[in-house]
Design a protein around this ligand. Structure first.
Ligand code: DHB
Ligand code: FE
Length: 285
C-alpha cells in the first residue's frame, strides 16, 4: 500500500528561480533562506519518496480569471512549464503518474469533492520552484499537481482545504502500490503584491500559523477568507495550500524542521517539514 511519509511546505517566490540560476546560495541576501533547505535535503535523501502530491495555486498559466476551478487535479503523463515572464529559465518537465492521479480523482469525487480533472496541465513557479528547492539539479519523483484557487474570489475556506487534504490523504493510503508519498504545500506565508498594502508582512500571524498547523490545524479554520486576507495579505491566502498539505497527513504529526525568514522579495519566506507517523506503524509499535 502507498504510505505518506510526511509533508513539506515552502514559499514559491519566483525570484528564488533567478537566485538558483545565478547559484547565489551563499549571497548574504539568499543564504538564510537557502540554508533552510539543508535539512529538507537530508530528510528527502533518507525518506526517498517516489511521488510528490503538490497542493499549490496556478497564477494564470493554466487557468485565468475567465475559467477558474476551485480544485483541479492533474492526470497527465508529464507537466511542462512555460515562460511566465519572471525572467527565470523555463523549467524541465516534471513526470506524472496518471494511474495514481486517477485513483485520487476517483476517490475525491466519491468523497463529494467536485474537482476538475486535467489530462493536460502546465506547472508554474508554484510547483517548479519548490521542486528545484527540494531536489536541486534533478527531480527524482513523479508528481500529482492539485491546484487550489487562491486567486479569484470566492475562494474555498480554510476548513474546506483541510478537508480536501484529508480526503487526499485517505485516498493515498488506499492505493495498492507500495509508493512512498510526500505531500507538499506551496506559497505563503504573509505577502501582498499589489494595492495600498503592497509589501505587507505579518510576522506574528505567520508564527501563529506555523505553530498551529503542526498539531492544531482545526483551530485555524476559525479564520474566514476575509480574515486571512486582512491578517496575511491578498496573496497570503496561499496558506490554503499549506492547510491541504496538513490535512493529507493522516497519522501522528511532528515538526521535523522549520525556517522563517523575512523577506524574500515581498514575501515572508517559510519552510517546514512534518513527519507523518503512520497509524499502522503506531499499531505495530
Ligand atoms: C511573489 C510571491 C508569490 O507567491 C508569487 O506567486 C509571485 C511573487 C513575490 O514575493 O515576489
Ligand atoms: Fe504565489
Amino acid at each position: 500500500m502507498a504510505q505518506i511519509i510526511g509533508g513539506v511546505a515552502t514559499t514559491h517566490v519566483p525570484s528564488i528561480g533567478k537566485a538558483i540560476a545565478d547559484r547565489a546560495y551563499d549571497h548574504p541576501y539568499w543564504k538564510p533562506f537557502f540554508q533552510g533547505f539543508d535539512y529538507v535535503h537530508q530528510w528527502l535523501a533518507r525518506e526517498k519518496p517516489d511521488v510528490a502530491v503538490f497542493f499549490s495555486n496556478d497564477h494564470g498559466l493554466n487557468f485565468f480569471l475567465d475559467k477558474l476551478p476551485t480544485f483541479a487535479v492533474g492526470a497527465a503523463k508529464g507537466y511542462r512549464n512555460e515562460d511566465e515572464g519572471w525572467g527565470i529559465p523555463v523549467a524541465r518537465p516534471a513526470q506524472g503518474d496518471p494511474a495514481f492521479s486517477w485513483h485520487l480523482i476517483n476517490a475525491l469525487v466519491a468523497d463529494e469533492f467536485d474537482i476538475t480533472m486535467c489530462q493536460e496541465m502546465l506547472i508554474d513557479h508554484a510547483v517548479t520552484i519548490p521542486l528545484d528547492l527540494m531536489w536541486p539539479g534533478a527531480w527524482p519523483v513523479k508528481i500529482v499537481p492539485i491546484a487550489i484557487n487562491t486567486v479569484q474570489h470566492p475562494l474555498p475556506s480554510m476548513a474546506r482545504c483541510l478537508k480536501l487534504g484529508r480526503s487526499v490523504g485517505r485516498a493515498i493510503e488506499t492505493y495498492p502500490q507500495d509508493l512512498r508519498v510526500v505531500v507538499v504545500g506551496t506559497g505563503g506565508l504573509s505577502h501582498q503584491l499589489d494595492g495600498a498594502r503592497a509589501g505587507f508582512i505579518n510576522k506574528e500571524f505567520d508564527q501563529l500559523c506555523l505553530d498551529k498547523i503542526v498539531n492544531e490545524p482545526d483551530t485555524l479554520t476559525r479564520y474566514s477568507i476575509h480574515d486571512l486576507v486582512a491578517l496575511s495579505g491578498a496573496q497570503g491566502v496561499e496558506f490554503l495550500n499549506w492547510m491541504a498539505m496538513r490535512g493529507a497527513l493522516t497519522g501522528q504529526v511532528t515538526q521535523a524542521h522549520r525556517n522563517y525568514h523575512i523577506p524574500i522579495s515581498n514575501t515572508a519566506a517559510a519552510t517546514i517539514v512534518l513527519d507523518n507517523h503512520a497509524q499502522s506503524a503506531r499499531k505495530a509499535a
